[in-house]
Design a protein around this ligand. Structure first.
Ligand SMILES: [Mg+2]
Length: 243
């Protein structure tokens, strides 16, 4: 099962990080909207814009970074043109991710043992690791979320985030972009995630996919082949037995 598999791609939310994405987004949207409340009459106006701008990243076609796709839409709708104001808005996002994002971890009961044990074990076995989280957040925010599990971002060869990626899940080009960045063939990789569509879409490139069922997400059109499925603990036992 693990023969020739040198590279392990891990999803974050619901896979290594034991949180419900929906629940997380609720807290995240609320906290972020406070940062921009002077610019919007209603909190819902801000959240709608945030969601529309996020959609631009999800549909991004490789022509710009996801961050650019997001900011372009965001700035367009709040009608900000002057460069200084654009910079101020970017700075507000930066400050939020730098200083306030981390505190969102308090809302969740996070498993700080199993994910860490898995990453340490694979590292010890000489495997290359990629944090293949949907690249809708800045690097800082991805690293902070990962740190809630106790895992060191430096253990990963690559973390995908909105600055360094120009596609998003479930677009197979997202996985292609990863393969190119780390220069590996799909048959040497495994994708481990909790989403039968967004993560299992890696199968389109010939990457074998493992599904962690603790926080399983099913969506329409998710009939990709799955190589293995089970809990994160079962996955840990499996690699310790077979690698
Ligand atoms: Mg996930």
């Amino acid at each position: 099962m693990f023969k020739d598999k040198d590279v392990f791609l891990f999803d974050l939310d619901g896979t290594l990080l034991t949180i419900e994405t929906e629940e997380f987004l609720k807290h995240y949207f609320r906290a972020l909207s406070l940062e921009f409340k002077d610019l919007f009459e209603e909190q819902s106006d801000f959240i709608n814009l945030l969601m529309a701008s996020t959609q631009k990243m999800i549909k991004n076609d490789g022509s710009s970074s996801n961050q650019q796709a997001f900011m372009e839409e965001f700035m367009k709708k709040i009608d900000i043109n002057k460069q200084t104001e654009v910079e101020q808005i970017k700075e507000r996002f930066d400050q939020f991710y730098q200083n306030k994002f981390e505190a969102l971890g308090k809302y969740f009961e996070i498993d700080k043992e199993t994910p860490l044990e898995i990453i340490k074990y694979l590292k010890k076995q000489g495997k290359k690791l990629v944090l293949a989280t949907n690249p809708l957040f800045p690097k800082k925010a991805v690293e902070k979320r990962l740190s809630w599990t106790g895992i060191d971002p430096a253990d990963f060869e690559l973390l995908t985030h909105y600055e360094n990626m120009s596609y998003s899940k479930p677009n197979p080009n997202y996985y292609q972009e990863i393969l190119e960045k780390i220069n590996v063939d799909p048959e040497n990789c495994l994708m481990i995630g909790n989403d039968l569509k967004e993560d299992a879409a890696a199968a389109e490139l010939g990457i074998k996919t493992f599904i962690i069922e603790d926080k399983l997400i099913k969506r329409k059109g998710s009939d990709y082949p799955i190589e293995w499925r089970g809990s994160l603990k079962e996955f840990k036992d499996l690699i310790k037995r077979e690698i």
